[in-house]
Design a protein around this ligand. Sequence first.
Ligand code: PMV
Length: 341
Amino acid sequence: FTIHTETVSESCPSNIALIKYWGKYENQIPANPSISYTLNHCKTNTTMEFLADEPFSVQTFLAGNEEVKFAEKIEKYFKNIEPYLSWILKGKYVIRTENTFPHSSGIASSASGFGAIAKCLMKLDEVFSGKNSDEGSLKKASFLARLGSGSACRSLYNGLVVWGESDEVSGSSDLFAVQYPDAEIHDIFKSFNDWVLLIHEGQKSVSSTVGHGLMKSNPYAERRFQEARENFVPMKQILKDGDMQSFIKLVEHEALTLHAMMMMSDPAFILMKTGTLEVINKIWDFRRETGLPLFFTLDAGANVHLLFPDNGSEEKIKTFIETELLQHTQKNGVMKDIMRF
Ligand code: PMV
């Protein structure tokens, strides 16, 4: 190296899946394709300092505090991706990272975290190789992020993003994510709210690594993978037509199926809390009574992502959330994000 030290900084948002990824094969190959919305506000900001004259090691700071466990995870990850970045084990890294959203809030910090790290690595690669960033470097960042956390590969792109091979999405791949074609998306889906209700702030009772693993012995797994693949057919039509009622039905079905899979695992997991169920029932009552498009999705946890369009007609929905749903959260916790592209 002619360079002794180099510092790069990158920011990457989190994402929320509409068709869920749950179950994978060797080398982070997803068992089915998934599609997500990339958030606009919930981000990880990361600064990576590379010291070329030092032996390989990783030091990490999360919001200013040294995190040894996280450093071990990143060290393992860097060793894993050496075949794709030949220089990666030739120096010391000091990584400082912070999230713009609360820890264990049900917003995937692994997605934004690995997204930001992959972007930093590609920036370093450009410095070392003298190349400028292009389409290829974004694709490679998505590829590298996937090897850290599967869903992270979707965070490299804005808007609606697909990861996993699907006949319905041209260019889609198991190895990296692609942006869903803008021309195929009805305007109603280009500005959407995602308000995350913080129902329960404690540690998740199942990590996603364990969760994906449980699908290996789940007797319903193959049918589920097939269903997710099939769901891309109506999803494509829905996105094109702006068919909100079908969108709501499909997105809620996907969330409940993810949780049903965990309930049918051995050992079984119930990741919803009382508050989760109370909120879901209230949303369904509200929709029955008003016909307004407020609906939910869930990640592998108790918190509820409230989804509703952002087209000027959502005042009633916002009032309902504030007066009826916030009481089911811990400390009136809500993270208001938006997907706008
Ligand atoms: O990226 P992982 O391995 O943490 O898996 C996350 C899976 C879900 O968030 C539950 C669903 C998804 O598609 O994002």
